[in-house]
Design a protein around this ligand. Structure first.
Ligand SMILES: [Zn+2]
Length: 341
């Protein structure tokens, strides 16, 4: 536009012309409106049909639905069969989900150590056959955590369960979704006593067991133990995607491993990670080992549009379209073998 707008008096547009020379030539990234994207960690099989449709509406091309969480096992203590049911439920429904919503939906199956499981060897034995299924494209999410729900699980036992899954992944040439613990952001105010459940997260907070890891930085210590297990399992660094990457573990994972880092941006209110953290990581380390995931699940306040929103935010934060594409679609394809266009 020229400055000769026929407006009755000057508008914002007039001053835009005057003040910001060259503004007219800004190349808006129209391709981001239709850029396909891949969510490498969610629990979409637990969401509503409408939420899964939101993924499709927002241009999701492929996703990895993770069945390993203990949030969905009703009985405490948790037994192997409870987790196995979660795997079977996901297998049961996956094809219907694809046919309803058209995106590619694959599975990650694993044993999460966020709750102690009575007889984990039964699960690990069964897992070998599950890993051979075409629809299973990853092991996980799993990873040592500093404290459990309901009852404690010692570090050595957790590590053994994590390493056994990494060995299976290696044997089946599958990548691993590593659950890395976050350091939760400081609350500005505490909630009323007696509610038990964390608002926004359907979990009986009163059942939290005493930590099995203390020290200055148990969240990072957990990741170090996972990396030792990975090395002992003979699993290549490039086959591990550390999900819930954050300011606490990014430097360690980037500098001392060749693992991928996936930033979870679907529940920023809980873990304090958002597109700005992803942009900072791309600026500092480049896009080669970075991904983004939503971790959307029905047990907490999450946003199926989060990844699409993050795409726009990354651009606003100064990240190039090519780097955005690499992070949200190319890296996931390379590591997990999702369909090409
Ligand atoms: Zn998850």
């Amino acid at each position: 536009m020229t400055s000769s707008h026929p407006t009755k008096r000057p508008t914002d547009a007039t001053y835009l012309d005057d003040r910001a020379q060259g503004n007219e030539d800004i190349d808006l990234p129209r391709e981001l409106l239709t850029l396909p994207w891949i969510d490498v960690h969610n629990h979409a099989h637990t969401l509503s049909w409408d939420d899964r449709e939101r993924y499709a509406l927002a241009g999701c091309r492929s996703m990895l639905m993770v069945a390993s969480g203990y949030h969905w096992t009703p009985y405490k203590p948790v037994e192997a069969d409870d987790i196995r049911f979660l795997w079977d439920d996901a297998i049961n429904r996956r094809t219907a989900i694809e046919r309803n919503h058209f995106f590619e939906a694959k599975l990650g199956l694993g044993v999460h150590t966020g709750v102690r499981i009575e007889n984990p060897d039964e699960l690990l034995d069964a897992m070998d056959d599950y890993c051979a299924l075409d629809e299973v494209i990853a092991v996980g999410e799993t990873g040592v955590v500093p404290s459990q729900h309901v009852s404690r699980w010692g570090i050595d036992e957790q590590r053994a369960v994590v390493q056994a899954q990494m060995e299976l992944a290696e044997a089946h040439d599958l990548p691993v979704i590593l659950h890395t613990p976050n350091t939760s952001s400081d609350a500005t105010r505490s909630y009323r006593d007696g509610l038990g459940v964390t608002p926004g997260y359907e979990k009986n907070a009163g059942l939290g067991a005493d930590p099995v890891l203390d020290g200055d930085n148990p969240a990072l210590e957990s990741v170090r133990i996972d990396v030792e297990a990975m090395r002992d399992a003979g699993l290549a660094d490039e086959r591990v995607v550390a999900s819930h990457a954050d300011r606490n573990n990014t430097a360690y994972l980037m500098d001392e491993t060749d693992c991928y880092l996936s930033y979870t941006i679907g529940h920023s209110w809980l873990i304090g990670v958002d597109a700005a953290d992803v942009a900072d990581a791309i600026d500092e380390y480049g896009p080669d080992r970075i991904m983004v995931d939503t971790d959307c699940a029905n047990v907490l306040r999450t946003d199926p549009f989060a990844l699409k929103r993050a795409i726009f935010e990354l651009y606003r934060y100064g990240i190039d379209v090519d780097d955005i594409r690499q992070v949200v679609v190319e890296n996931p394809r390379e590591v997990f073998g999702f369909e090409q266009e």
